[in-house]
Design a binder for this molecule. Structure first.
Ligand code: ZN
Length: 150
């Protein structure tokens, strides 16, 4: 891929953080803070079978907080909490086209968790970039306009 093509393809509309994912042991307990106490509205709660998590979305300005509770002790979120405790799990950037962004990242040697886009919470078209390729941050790419929670 030429440099010209790369620069033509970038940036991919990453002007917005789609959401910030926070791993919690208990959604109900976390909602007592974020919803009941801080007053963030609750925009849906759903179980994402493929990731073995139940998530809750709470809008804040033009972004959202995504709370994630594992439904299986062997799931990635459960293992994350086991190793690092509760806390910020991933940052989701909105992009115009997840597939195109993956192509560019792959072309530049970044390590991907998802080689092709898949369906995440709210029906969003998403893909994850490996934290080892991203300064220790698990990055989610979230395609603009595909997230029903957005
Ligand atoms: Zn997410």
């Amino acid at each position: 891929m030429s440099e010209e093509l790369l620069s033509e393809k970038l940036p991919h509309g990453t002007a917005r953080i789609a959401h910030i994912g926070i791993a919690v042991r208990s959604l109900d307990e976390a909602l007592r803070l974020y919803h009941d106490t801080l007053g963030l509205p609750l925009h849906g709660r759903e179980t994402v079978e493929s990731d073995r998590v139940t998530v809750a979305f709470l809008p804040v300005g033009d972004t959202q907080v995504e709370l994630l509770e594992a439904t299986d002790p062997e799931s990635p979120v459960a293992r994350f909490i086991e190793q690092r405790g509760e806390g910020v799990h991933h940052v989701a950037f909105e992009v115009d086209d997840v597939e195109e962004t993956l192509k560019v990242l792959r072309g530049r040697g970044y390590r991907l968790i998802d080689e092709i886009p898949r369906t995440g919470a709210g029906g969003a078209r998403i893909a994850f970039v490996h934290p080892r390729s991203a300064s220790g941050v698990l990055i989610e790419l979230c395609e603009k306009g595909t997230d029903h929670h957005g």
